[in-house]
Design a protein around this ligand. Structure first.
Ligand SMILES: Nc1nc2c(ncn2[C@@H]2O[C@H](COP(=O)(O)OP(=O)(O)OP(=O)(O)O)[C@@H](O)[C@H]2O)c(=O)[nH]1
Ligand SMILES: [Mg+2]
Length: 386
């Protein structure tokens, strides 16, 4: 063989090896792929995208997140329980918190932050502090983070409230409800008491936690790179968000690079983003990575929405706003369905359906489960992965 033939043969072997490794070894394939080379060249982040064949929640939670028998909790995530409440919510809070401590937090010991736009009463503070052995802090919400801004045209806002009241839209006539939705959408995570925390679990008055939870969902979120956790998903009242989707589309057009390349648009839209199907994660329960809201994409997104005044001229809820934010700015597999957490917020509930490790440890009737029976939204979430 001539020297040139040796060189051609060696080259052919190298090319064949490259193809064999690309197909048989995912890491090698990704590291040498064209996207990765382009990413390196232009400084565009290219993350390894795992291919899913079923929704991530179908994979059992790994044993390492479970409390081990006879051992105390050693590793913790930097997490907090956040409760926004009025002094008048005390009885409802006592019910939610007692069950939350019994089923989860008594074992795991996470601190609480309570927030309110007026100071909490001594009675409120005494009662909730007495329900837990863990740290409890009470925060006052800065005035401008809560109340209707000056630049809102009050006459226009009042007309909208009147119309919604006439149409019997839930909380359609309420200003405090709108303050609450706007605060939960774009301000709560900026509160000074929350700056030291990364993950949070949102708890409301009068909710139920049906199951004893023996693993740490915060560590699960942290170690599995999740950003948004939910238990229920449902459609929104269309009348409360008439111009929300047009506003979202305008934002996407102006900021295409802020949208995740592996987003969950197909959960939000049945026609590739042309219209909103109103599916959202029911945000009265949320386990989230607060950095999702603090990041550049969501910050800019919230500012864009807020500038349109829709929190007051309509009644945009924090549930659709958070859900659209999570679906657009996180990867779809970073949105996690906590199927194993049984939960009720009147008038709906989720009772775990999967054969779970904790089966039999839930105080709910499996047939009383709204999410699959009535609404199409959970099926849309599932379909993101198949
Ligand atoms: N501090 C304060 N908290 C509020 C106010 N309105 C609502 N909240 C809290 O905000 C959260 C959501 O309010 P909810 O009244 O439960 O709203 P919802 O879940 O949409 O509706 P329902 O629970 O069906 O009444 C709860 O944690 C409330 O305690 C308010 O005016 N001030
Ligand atoms: Mg509620």
């Amino acid at each position: 063989m001539t020297r040139i033939r040796y060189i051609v043969l060696a080259f052919a072997i190298l090319i064949s090896l490259h193809f064999i490794l690309s197909f048989s070894h995912e890491g090698y394939g990704h590291a040498t792929s064209l996207e990765a080379q382009v990413g390196k060249q232009f400084g565009v982040a290219t993350t390894e995208v795992k291919v899913w064949h079923e929704p991530p929640y179908k994979t059992p939670v790994p044993n390492k997140y479970y409390l081990q028998p006879n051992s105390t909790v050693t590793r913790k995530a930097n997490a907090v329980i956040i409760i926004l409440a009025r002094n008048s919510d005390l009885q409802g809070i006592v019910g939610s918190m007692a069950e939350f401590e019994a089923k989860f937090n008594g074992k795991f010991g996470y601190p609480y932050v309570f927030l309110n736009e007026v100071p909490f009463s001594e009675e409120f503070k005494r009662a909730v502090t007495g329900l837990t052995g863990n740290k409890v802090e009470f925060g006052l919400i800065p005035h401008d983070d809560w109340y209707q801004p000056e630049w809102i045209d009050e006459q226009k806002a009042a007309e909208s409230r009147k119309k919604m009241e006439e149409h019997n839209v839930v909380y359609g006539g309420s200003v405090p409800y709108r303050n609450m939705c706007r605060f939960n959408s774009g301000f709560f995570y900026r509160h000074e008491l929350l700056q030291k925390y990364r993950y949070n679990w949102r708890v409301e008055p009068d909710v139920r936690f049906f199951c004893s939870l023996d693993y740490n969902p915060f560590l699960f979120m942290q170690d599995e790179d999740k950003k948004y956790g939910f238990t229920m998903t449902r459609p929104e009242y269309a009348e409360t968000i008439r111009t929300l989707w047009d506003t979202v589309k305008e934002f996407i057009r102006e900021n295409p690079r802020l949208v995740s390349s592996d987003n969950a648009m197909d959960f939000l839209s049945n026609d590739n983003g042309s219209s909103y199907n109103t599916c959202h994660f029911w945000s009265n329960f949320e386990i989230t990575d607060l950095d999702l809201w603090r990041g550049k994409a969501y910050t800019k997104f919230f500012e864009h929405l807020d500038s349109k005044g829709g929190f007051y001229y309509e009644r945009w809820g924090d549930a659709p706003v958070h859900s659209i934010g999570a679906a657009l700015f996180a990867r779809k597999d970073q949105i996690h369905f906590f199927e194993d957490i049984g939960y009720r917020h009147d008038p709906f509930q989720h009772c775990p359906q999967q054969p779970a490790r904790d089966q039999g440890r839930c105080e709910c009737d499996r047939s009383n489960n709204y999410d699959r029976k009535v609404w199409p939204c959970l099926a849309r979430y599932d379909r993101l992965f198949t």
